[in-house]
Design a protein around this ligand. Sequence first.
Ligand SMILES: Nc1nc2c(ncn2[C@@H]2O[C@H](COP(=O)(O)OP(=O)(O)OP(=O)(O)O)[C@@H](O)[C@H]2O)c(=O)[nH]1
Ligand SMILES: [Mg+2]
Length: 246
Amino acid sequence: MRDDVSCVLFITGNPGTGKSYIANHLGANFESGFAMHGGGVTTQVQQQIVDINGQNILMVDAPGLIEPDLVATRRNAEEITEALKLGKKNRKPLKIGIIVMDHNGRIQRSDMLLIQKVNQALTPRFEILLIVNQVKRRNMQHYATRECIETLVNRIHEYTQAIVRTDRVIVIEDQDEGDLPDLEPLKNMLDKIVKQEVRDVQDIKITEEEFQTIGEQILIYTVATLAVLTSPVWGPPYLIYKAIKK
Ligand SMILES: Nc1nc2c(ncn2[C@@H]2O[C@H](COP(=O)(O)OP(=O)(O)OP(=O)(O)O)[C@@H](O)[C@H]2O)c(=O)[nH]1
Ligand SMILES: [Mg+2]
């Protein structure tokens, strides 16, 4: 790894939260966009050296964690683990950003699970930069209040045990196609968050039970299963298969 690279910056988040979009507006050139197939656009770890605020930073982009099926989710978990290891592998300190998507003030369980997993995987515990992305203009005023940010970080702590400082939360407004997001606050924050040496990275593992608790993502799965069950062609063989499996 080049000597002039000051650190590794890994911005993680679930599929479609805007990891590649934000990395690209910080100067990278990762594939990003509309996912035609329902899964993630980014499927493997990608790296690129980018100049941010006059410093060369190795930006890392990886797939999002939670997808509608467990096999893909576990594959993504392996990629994210690899990405987390890049700091240690390159003997560079690491900075971590986690993107969650705003759903009118609600944070999805899938985003909570990702925060929990990344937080648990790293030793020592890391300072996390939390990026709330794709916030609609009408919701920006809520996020501008201290109370809203405090409630958010408390909720995250409650669900994930991760500690996010209220002054380490960045809110990014959803832009119309073609308009540039204002990433100056994010760039300044990236300067401030601590570069940490990674001592150890544990493999991220998703149990079947954890996967089942992610209600909103499971919905697609349930609809697909129902469609199979009620089909005269696929229903009976599926039920026999289920019975044998038990
Ligand atoms: N218009 C607009 N689009 C956004 C914004 N943030 C993300 N997007 C769009 O959201 C979609 C998903 O963004 P990506 O950057 O590909 O998401 P990702 O997190 O890298 O997703 P995967 O690689 O699939 O895991 C893309 O079409 C982006 O252009 C935003 O602020 N404004
Ligand atoms: Mg991507």
